[in-house]
Design a protein around this ligand. Structure first.
Ligand code: SF4
Length: 404
């Protein structure tokens, strides 16, 4: 079944916003009413409005406004894809304080996949996925050549699979190890089969925060520069935010504004993925951690601030299926994919199921009152998923009580 054209192109969402019924929670709250008027008439929210949304006592008004904007853009559609995560190596020369994934080269659980092992991970899933998501540690000896070999062999055997791989800090590491510019590094990887970059590693794009949680990683400017270079080469990317460590509300809003500025300049971000710090087994005892309400608020505020990044993801691998299905009604339009295998969030404590099928994901979306749409990695092909009525939702029995 085809999607409405305006939802696919995401065009004229401000015009549609102006014609929608305004929920009471939005119209009776000065902050959200002001933001709605800004979005309809003036364009974009300011830093001050972003901070007000973050501290507004009425979470309901913030989520209701974000839901309006999401529906103005994409109606009740919620997107997901059939993908698989394959980490290339967990060996890393850095030791970011929030990271539970990295291992030193001599650690008994350290691994680095060769081409055969990499392909072996993909083969069991190859007929039902169309994307492999590959990130890993900063390997002390690998150069761009090792990744070109992984990607070209994957493409040779599975040409239908989109390769979304390597975060900005991995691109930086490979460019240094290979004595290449960012542009040369990305071009070589693209020629070998790389199709897009995930957004991982943005953490908080405020260098004083980065110095506390991930000293030695790429700077904020470098993160944005690498994504900008990718965009200029026609390589789309995602962007992320890791929140709930040591940052302030203002840092989070500045992060969103920096991404918005970058998108104005190079317009290659497809999707923004905000996710909270998961504390298990990691080394950041002073982290504030984020409550469920804060996670939902962060997704909603992201939808409202990032008027030029089309998709906002409720990343189920991190926040779990229950919060992800709630986030669908609070501004998120994407729940990521079937995933199949995931280490980074699960090493840090995630309990999200790794055996969720397309049908189960679709059912989760339907149970949240939305329409599930399977998408490809570049958000250019869509398929509305219909399920048999009896499977479409799980409802509690209703007992009617007669009042005398
Ligand atoms: S977050 Fe990435 S760069 Fe930092 S220690 Fe973990 S694997 Fe290494």
């Amino acid at each position: 079944m085809p999607l409405d054209d305006d939802a696919v192109s995401n065009s004229d969402w401000r015009g549609r916003l102006s014609t929608m019924d305004i929920p009471l929670a939005v119209s009776t709250d000065n902050v959200t009413l002001d933001c709605l008027e800004t979005l309809i008439y003036e364009g974009r929210l300011t830093f001050e409005q972003g901070v007000k949304l973050m501290i507004n006592p009425s979470l309901n008004s913030v989520t209701s406004l974000a839901d309006m904007v999401k529906k103005a853009r994409f109606h009740d559609y919620v997107f997901f894809n059939d993908n698989l995560h394959v980490n290339s190596t967990n060996v890393c020369v850095l030791a970011c304080r929030f990271c539970a994934f990295r291992k030193g080269p001599r650690h008994p659980d350290a691994y680095s996949l060769d081409v055969d092992q990499y392909l072996e991970r993909v083969r069991p899933y190859s007929s039902r996925i169309d994307e492999v998501h590959t990130v890993g540690g900063l390997h002390p000896t690998w150069t761009v050549a090792e990744y070109c070999e992984l990607f070209s062999n994957l493409k040779d055997e599975f040409p239908h699979i989109h390769i979304k791989a390597l975060t900005a800090v991995e691109i930086k590491h490979l460019s240094i190890r290979s004595s290449l510019s960012f542009s040369e590094t990305l071009s070589r990887l693209s020629e070998a089969g790389l199709n897009s970059l995930p957004g991982g590693g943005a953490e908080i794009l405020v260098d004083s925060v980065r110095d506390r949680i991930c000293m030695g990683k790429e700077s904020s400017d470098e993160y944005l520069d690498i994504h900008g270079v990718a965009h200029s080469l026609g390589i789309p990317t995602n962007c992320t935010m890791l929140f709930g460590t040591v940052e302030s509300v203002e840092d989070r809003i500045n992060h969103l504004l920096r991404l918005r500025e970058q998108q104005d300049a190079t317009s290659g971000f497809q999707c923004f993925v905000p996710y909270p710090f998961l504390p298990d087994k990691t080394r950041l005892p002073e982290a504030q951690l984020a409550t469920g309400q804060e996670i939902i608020r962060m997704i909603s505020v992201s939808r409202l601030m990032l008027d030029n990044i089309p998709h906002i993801k409720a990343y189920r691998m991190n926040i779990g299926d229950k919060l992800a299905s709630y986030a669908i009604n609070c501004g998120a339009d994407d729940v990521d994919g079937t995933v199949g295998h995931e280490e980074i969030m699960h090493e840090a404590g995630s309990k999200t199921s790794l055996t969720t099928s397309s049908e189960q994901l679709a059912r989760m979306v339907i149970s949240s009152g939305a329409t599930p749409v399977k998408r490809n990695s570049s958000y250019s092909q869509f398929e509305i998923i219909s399920l048999p009525e009896e499977n479409s939702s799980q409802v509690l029995p209703v007992i009617t009580v007669e009042v005398p």
